[in-house]
Design a protein around this ligand. Structure first.
Ligand code: SF4
Length: 77
């Protein structure tokens, strides 16, 4: 389960984040929300470069739902 105290460092501030320990990165979530999530510089993790707004919320939820590691959550600050 994702831990808000262990965000990928590049994650923008806000409720949605990727857990730095759990992300493999398998890249499945990138297909769901490419307007919100991308690889870090060395492609070892992914992170939210934008917090979802409006219709993007459903895409963030889809990304969370497909993550096989349960590495995406929305209980951050
Ligand atoms: S689906 Fe989960 S494990 Fe795969 S890249 Fe996205 S956050 Fe990482």
């Amino acid at each position: 389960m994702a831990d808000k105290n262990n965000k990928v460092p590049e994650n923008v501030p806000g409720p949605w984040y990727v857990d730095n320990e759990l992300c493999t990165p398998c890249r499945v979530c990138l297909d769901e929300a490419p307007e919100l999530i991308r690889y870090n510089a060395d492609e070892t993790k992914v992170y939210f470069f934008k917090q979802p707004e409006g219709d993007e919320l459903a895409k963030a939820q889809s990304a969370r739902d497909v993550c096989p590691q349960a590495a995406i959550a929305d209980d951050g600050e």
